[in-house]
Design a protein around this ligand. Structure first.
Ligand code: SF4
Length: 183
């Protein structure tokens, strides 16, 4: 698929998403370093969530799962923040991004996959449940809704954006987030 169908473009634009692009799955770059960065636990969610390492699965298995799809729709959202140290603003923007990304996936996935399998990856830990069941021996409550991150899959986001024709940075005092829908 080289162009997004008009209905999918209309759905994204109705949601206020104007930054998006298609990539072939062969353009995804998997780097161990991104996955390893999760283990440094800067976000504080490592080992707390079924959608984060290590619970999300082994890197090779995740890359193989992603490579089982044909195309990817890359969605980017850009949010204002006070300054480069506005971590609270960045976290709030990440939550807004994931909520908007979920809405977009709900509308666009049926148009792209025609009932076939899809895989959505976004930013940060899965936030579906107020408290994740990991790692107390209970399985994920909603495996079909759980949202893993691009980093957990070891995907190079800068190269993903480049392949989709999108900018990595989008101006001073903004933060950008990225989601990927594989289909
Ligand atoms: S859906 Fe709930 S149990 Fe599953 S990974 Fe997300 S937060 Fe955890």
């Amino acid at each position: 698929m080289t162009r997004l169908p008009p209905e999918a473009r209309a759905a994204l634009e109705a949601l206020g998403i104007s930054r998006y692009g298609l990539v072939a799955v062969g353009e995804l770059v998997f780097e161990a370093a991104f996955r390893e960065a999760c283990a440094s636990n800067q976000c504080g969610r490592y080992g707390t969530n079924w959608a984060c390492p290590p619970g999300v699965g082994a890197p090779d298995a995740l890359a193989a799962r992603a490579r089982g799809f044909r195309c990817g729709l890359v969605l980017q959202t850009v949010w204002p923040i006070e300054d480069a140290f506005d971590f609270e603003g960045m976290l709030a923007a990440g939550e807004r991004h994931n909520a908007l990304f979920r809405k977009a996936v709900g509308q666009v996935a049926p148009l792209l996959a025609a009932g076939g399998a899809t895989l959505a990856l976004s930013a940060g830990a899965c936030g579906v449940c107020p408290s994740c069941t990991y790692p107390e021996g209970a399985p994920c409550r909603f495996p079909e809704r759980a949202l893993a991150s691009l980093e957990a899959y070891g995907i190079d986001v800068a190269r993903l954006l480049e392949a989709a024709g999108l900018a990595y940075r989008n101006g001073a005092d903004t933060v950008s987030y990225v989601g990927l829908l594989l289909f």
